[in-house]
Design a protein around this ligand. Sequence first.
Ligand code: SAM
Length: 231
Amino acid sequence: MTSRKHTLNMYRFRPVWAVLVGWALALAGCNMWDKPPTHSVGHKHKHVGVEEGTHLRYQEPDRYTWQYPERVIKALKLEPGMKVADLGSGTGYFTFRLAEAIGSSGKVFAIDIDAEMNASIDKQAVAKQMDNVKTILAVEHDPLIPEKVDLIFSVNAYHHLKDRADYFKNAARYLKPGGRVAIIDFREGAFRHFTARSVLLQEFKTAGYALDKSHGFLPRQNFFVFSRAKN
Ligand SMILES: C[S@@+](CC[C@H](N)C(=O)[O-])C[C@H]1O[C@@H](n2cnc3c(N)ncnc32)[C@H](O)[C@@H]1O
């Protein structure tokens, strides 16, 4: 038979056990979600709105310390008058830097499937008085670039795309002769969403491109430049 003292002890310890088990489950859950997924093709970020506080999404000041935007732009060897597609342009972190590099005689097509992102870029283009930036509302499987470009440039968007070898096989028709594709995306383990180097290189090979350059100066991302492979 259960004594009154034993019953009291059980009630006293139950909340303690409940808290301990709760913590253990919470910790297990955190570890599970913190682990990078093995493959993150075509995922969508939770929509948190384009403007948060005074910062535009994707434009935190901290990004400067690992994104090295000036070095990236320099490495692209852009010339005045060039036409560039910024694929998955978001809130324009690179769009306006590209637009400055190619000057008023050039054009940057800011390509995104999210109309709210494009609206943010349109607003900034007006404020900055830059009429060499044009936003394009793309569809998932096609960037819908309105004319041929010298460069398709994409930062942190590659892992969002689906059927990427087909995507870039199709996108080749938007490149001028000698045109290039530059892809910057997170390295394996650098962020929850990433594209493994070997996967990205294989997909471009399958899509019919040759690797021109692999830049190693970005601490968190791979940075590759491709052109159409010669048969
Ligand atoms: C992580 S953000 C990167 C934004 C910007 N390139 C930057 O570096 O700040 C990825 C962007 O890709 C866009 N995106 C996702 N899938 C896309 C697709 N199939 N075509 C064009 N844009 C896409 C998203 O809407 C989002 O704005």
